[in-house]
Design a protein around this ligand. Structure first.
Ligand code: SF4
Ligand code: SF4
Length: 319
């Protein structure tokens, strides 16, 4: 019988019977334990496998994912047929799950120890299947609401990510985008076949559900506007990207604003840990700070910047 292949992965509960090797326990932990057995054949076999010896709490896939996704958790939820639970586990650490399920460069799979036994677990495809089959598009509510407001400028992957995690931390977040749609580089023509607009929209809907107010067609391009934002918000996060259409000149207006500094490589100078620029209360993340980077690292930059902004505001509360 001819097998008709489709581009779209299909999840068939009857046919997809997971082996459970990953969903029960990662071979990385099983083999490192077996390798300690000095007197058994299986101990000798395990020692022959060049598997990671590190017994850190997280499995290699999770350590390799720039977002720290709980891969075994969501693989296990899929194995149990609980797609909504799998989706909740994914969005706990990933603000753009449908996008990642299609175009993430999946460093997790390069690290997956199953590839040393047969082949890596299809971590990225499973994320896509989860997103295509889950009904829920609602971010969990923050544990505690905060009185401070934060503004993020630029609704590309870094800005969407920073906004999502700040909203999840309880802040009121306004996200300004100069163009008529959010998504930034995700909308680039080269990606459109792999990344249809409705896939991007579904993740933007998730970001909106966290409470982020996305204001499209709202360019922030003058020093005076930044001053006004500084007067009204607890922090300003610049995530204006560095796509090919944006030459270093697109940042010149920022240098007119007090202390902001452009590096010789044409990006905005900011501390790699605190994400703060040379001007207090102004933060940067994503490609405007690092220059062009892999998409998943851009999303992770937004996430880390959100944590840094949260720490900055909380430190101010205590002083
Ligand atoms: S596919 Fe990407 S986002 Fe998903 S776990 Fe792997 S590295 Fe992380
Ligand atoms: S995906 Fe690979 S590395 Fe991650 S828990 Fe499963 S088997 Fe281990």
């Amino acid at each position: 019988m001819a097998i008709i292949r489709t581009h779209r992965p299909v999840w068939n509960r009857q046919l997809c019977i997971p082996c459970g090797a990953c969903s029960r326990r990662c071979p990385a932990s099983v083999f490192t334990e077996l390798a300690d057995e000095q007197d058994s054949l299986r101990g000798r076999v395990a020692r022959l496998k060049s598997l990671p010896k590190n017994r850190a709490n997280q499995p290699p896939c999770q350590r390799a994912c720039p977002l720290g996704q709980d891969v075994p958790g969501y693989v296990q939820a899929v194995a149990q047929g609980d797609i909504e639970r799998a989706y909740q586990l994914v969005i706990e650490t990933n603000p753009l799950p449908s996008v990642c399920g299609r175009v993430c460069s999946h460093p997790c799979m390069q690290a997956c120890v199953r590839s040393k036994l047969d082949q890596a677990v299809e971590i990225r495809t499973l994320k896509r299947v989860i997103c295509e089959n889950s009904k829920e598009r609602q971010s969990p509510a923050p544990e505690k609401m905060r009185s401070e407001k934060v503004v993020v400028i630029g609704a590309g992957p870094a800005g969407l990510s920073a906004s999502y995690f700040l909203a999840r931390s309880g802040y009121s977040v306004d996200l300004y985008e100069a163009k008529q749609s959010a998504g930034g580089r995700l909308r680039a023509a080269a990606l459109s076949d792999e990344l249809p607009a409705d896939v991007i929209e579904s993740d933007i809907e998730l970001v909106r559900s966290s409470g982020v107010k996305i204001q499209i067609g709202s360019p922030i391009q003058t020093a005076a506007q930044i001053d006004e934002l500084l007067a009204n918000f607890g922090a300003v996060v610049l995530a204006v990207g560095a796509g090919p259409e944006q030459s270093p000149e697109h940042l010149v207006w920022l240098t007119q604003n007090k202390n902001l500094v452009i590096t010789p490589k044409g990006s905005l100078q900011a501390d790699s840990k605190t994400f703060m620029t040379s001007q207090a209360k102004v933060f940067a993340c994503g490609e405007v700070m690092t220059g062009p980077r892999d998409l998943i690292r851009v999303i992770a930059s937004g996430k880390r910047a959100a944590r840094a902004v949260d720490q900055f505001i909380q430190a101010g509360d205590q002083s």
